[in-house]
Design a binder for this molecule. Sequence first.
Ligand SMILES: [Fe+2]
Ligand SMILES: [Fe+2]
Length: 331
Amino acid sequence: MEIIPLACESLGTRSFSHLVITEDVKILIDPSVSLAPRRFRLNPHPLEIAASWISRETILKAVSLSEIIIQTHYHADHFTLPERRIYEFTNKNVFEKIYSKEKTIYAKDPENNINYNQKRRAKYLWKTKKRKLFEAEGISFQIGNTRIKFSEAVPHNIDERLGFVFETVIDDGKTKYLYTSDVSGPVSEKATEFILNEEPDILVLDGPTYYHPRVSKKEKEIAFKNLNIIVESIEEIYIEHHFLRKKNWKEKLEKEVETKLPAFSQIINLEPIILEAMRKELFKEIEVQEEFYSLLEQGLVNTDFYLKILKENNIDTYWQKIRKKIEKYCC
Ligand SMILES: [Fe+2]
Ligand SMILES: [Fe+2]
């Protein structure tokens, strides 16, 4: 089994997109990339936008080789929307390319255990009968020696009004992999129990949402308590997503959790690059041309600009490495 992160916080964007490749099947999970439109009262820095652009390109490359798409919920950092979003390099064509009728898609139930906003977005995917689309929660199936299993709906946060996701297990007979999607810690008993019962060899989880001002002290305490229980019983764990939205994430982890946990990028030996959490510093250190945002809005920033800024900051090599890994399996 090979697990290849494509876009995530440790690769400089808001996302949890990755490929899981076994001898039997190539699976693309949560194929989207996004940026926080405002953080520290600032727009995304051009370096973040460049990371988003190259991540989007990389996801599209991964789409062409994948046979199955797993869509754990309908937040924009996981789900590509069919509308023009300038920081996310998406539009109707990009949406159709990703969720095309050639792919088999296992997606979050669009009617049950879902909040209003996600229900509205889910319709983009479910309104046409042309797609090979299945509700994922609670099902499992086998392709060759690879077993794929989805949990029942588990809460995104302690407040269930924020919606639900499902967790994914992929077992090729040699390695059992579990991806939690957004379970905020996990903060719920249900999400925690699923992980403990499955006993995966490799676990990729989103840590507690401790960066968010509206998350209560109690919720954070529960999330860290559950995380500590999990850490005791699973050997290989990568922490990602919500947890990496603050620049002191490593210190916080050291303080709250017994064991050191690497970020998801480290599964392919890439040191995490945290851009959103460093947005203030980025604006201080890398000058931004006044007209940049109006050029972006007009679609006039060319790809050379993105490649140049990635190269100047020594992170272009990250995606070169990822692409090389993808190209082993594709066209
Ligand atoms: Fe989410
Ligand atoms: Fe998310």
